[in-house]
Write a protein that binds this ligand. Structure first.
Ligand SMILES: [Zn+2]
Length: 564
């Protein structure tokens, strides 16, 4: 038999060997990992999940499109920014199968017990069967998005006589183990009123589509493609050949952004239309989210150069969007992965800017949210914002980390509640800032009076090492002190386990000085109040520094419980 090789586009004559089960390990060749049953279905042109016939290389679903469905579809096609025959043909194949009615079947047919049957999950599984061309038994309650993507690619390749590349071929000779990540632009620390956050809608799938990033288009050998380099990388992308992966991901992205997502908002949640649309929308979302990750991590889909190209374009798009905003007189203050923060833009400015970006990159930048007040720390990925509703969002701040004591988070949240009251104007915010001092003083006085439950003073840390190996160390880090004490009281403590402990005043244990106790063993009177006061104030000062609030200096002079 003759097959086309994906990467070189040349023909290859092969002997076909069929296995009734998985191929033995020592056999060399292609498509050895394709499940024989699936291989049969692919070769017979079967399509899972819908009643259809097969004409030439096209699946023809049983139920024709309604006029309304056809009109909507035509408008998706006509909105494509350029002629793109491959993507159009994929859209033409995919759309009709996704909008087919969903047959009512019994749990028994899928091999699921009635108690575990979920109609919503069934709709999702049905959509997935159609999209990834996998049997329902493999899609019901499946969370293996990489299998879905592989199913899509494999069934496309097989239907078009393309030899599925081996894992080694896909790597294109690269032994790269890591891919450079997304860009985070250092924030301009400060307090901002009316900060707008704009997000790219599925940025990575977008660059995959727009820049034609696909297994067979990267590191192109054509002399005329050598100048089409990925920004900052020595990887050239083919200009002539449309990539299959990029066309598929692009088609799914178009369906989600231009069809399913807007459609879902218009439908009554009690209707069949809504259920079908919701199922398709959620499947598409998951596939799009995973489409970059599979190129890095997943056996049979990994192509490090492809992954590198995707994030490189992602970084390029974010940086140049940030620069464009500045050149347009907007005030960008922070950017991370796929979002930019703009200081107090008008709605008209946002509209104009998102249109400019769409025209320039063919990517959708959308208004996501506005903070009435947003406080950016000088560090990346660490800020908080107060929404117009008064709700707060906290990102990456140490004071709010899950292993910090709840007492810290709670005090911080109480401060935010006070600050939130001043969200309407800069003047009111100044007044609200003064209120935080009282909140903190109050919390500290509760702490000094021993009124904070030990559970709220607990730190939680995962043990990286086996505590038994650390037992003879001259000085023990605090989590291991807690582990030693817990073990001595008969608890089983091991590596990777999380220990909870409270900071207590220093005491001697077996010749060494310990400063913590497991929460269960600590007594309120032993709590190292000074340590908590110092830590809380320093964390709050770090967090509030951009607002010009300094809590530490003044409060530290108040005598604490331990000094009485
Ligand atoms: Zn080329």
């Amino acid at each position: 038999m003759t097959k086309i090789q994906l990467l070189t586009q040349t023909e290859k004559v092969l002997n076909k060997i069929s296995y009734a089960s998985k191929a033995p390990k020592n056999v060399k060749g292609w498509e050895l990992e394709v499940d024989p049953a699936l291989g049969y279905a692919y070769d017979q042109g079967l399509r899972f999940g819908l009643v259809h016939s097969y004409e030439g290389q096209n699946w023809v679903p049983q139920t024709p499109l309604s006029d309304h469905q056809q009109n909507r579809f035509d408008s998706i096609l006509s909105s494509l920014p350029k002629v793109d025959p491959l993507k159009q043909s994929i859209l033409r194949d995919t759309y009709p199968i996704l909008v087919q009615p969903i047959p009512g079947i019994s749990p028994h047919t899928v091999g699921v017990h009635e108690d575990q049957w979920s109609p919503e999950e069934y709709y999702r599984a049905m959509m997935l069967s159609r999209l990834a061309n996998l049997p329902l038994s493999q899609t019901y309650q499946s969370h293996q998005v990489s299998d879905w993507i592989r199913g899509m690619l494999d069934s496309y390749y097989r239907a078009h006589d393309i030899l599925i590349p081996t894992t080694t071929e896909l790597r294109l000779g690269s032994d790269k183990k890591f891919v450079t990540g997304a860009l985070t632009i250092t924030p301009e620390s400060g307090t901002y009123f009316n900060m707008a956050v704009l997000d790219f809608e599925s940025l990575y799938p977008g660059v995959v589509d727009v820049y034609n990033l696909s297994y067979e288009t990267i590191q192109c050998g054509h002399p005329e493609c050598q100048s089409n380099k990925v920004p900052g990388q020595d990887i050239s992308i083919c200009r002539q050949r449309r990539g299959i992966f990029s066309a598929i991901i692009g088609a799914l992205r178009d369906l989600r952004i231009h069809y399913y997502k807007p459609l879902l908002k218009t439908l009554d949640s009690q209707t069949e239309d809504y259920r079908v649309t919701k199922a398709a929308n959620s499947i598409l979302k998951l596939v799009l989210v995973a489409s970059y990750g599979v190129t890095v991590r997943i056996h049979g889909l990994a192509s490090p150069l492809l992954g590198e190209a995707i994030t490189a374009y992602g970084r390029e798009v974010l940086q140049s969007t940030f620069d464009l905003a500045r050149n347009e007189g907007l005030k960008p203050k922070y950017g991370d992965t796929d979002s930019v923060f703009l200081d107090n833009p008008s709605d008209q400015q946002i509209d104009k800017f998102t249109r400019q970006v769409r025209d320039k990159y063919k990517l959708e930048l959308a208004y996501d949210r506005r903070y009435s007040v947003c406080v950016l720390s000088g560090a990346k990925k660490a800020y908080f914002g107060i929404l117009p509703s008064g709700e707060t969002e906290i990102k990456g701040l140490t004071v709010a980390k899950s292993n910090s004591p709840r007492f810290f988070l709670k005090t911080f949240q109480d401060c935010l509640a006070i600050l939130g009251k001043g969200r309407t104007s800069a003047q009111e915010f100044e007044a609200a800032k003064l209120g935080t001092r009282a909140v903190v003083n109050n919390a500290l006085s509760f702490l000094r009076q021993g009124k904070i439950p030990l559970a709220d003073l607990e730190y939680r840390v995962e043990l990286r090492e086996d505590p038994r190996k650390m037992i003879n160390a001259r000085t023990l880090p605090q989590p291991y002190q807690a582990a030693v004490l817990a073990a001595e009281s008969g608890q089983n403590v091991s590596r990777r386990q999380e220990v909870g402990f409270v900071k207590v005043r220093p005491f001697k244990h077996g010749g060494r000085t310990f400063t913590v106790k497991p929460t269960a063993q600590a007594k309120p009177a032993e709590v190292n109040v000074d340590d908590y006061v110092r830590n809380l104030l320093s964390l709050l000062d770090q967090t509030f520094e951009p607002m010009g609030i300094r809590l530490g200096a003044r409060i530290a002079s108040v005598p604490s419980l331990s000094e009485f």
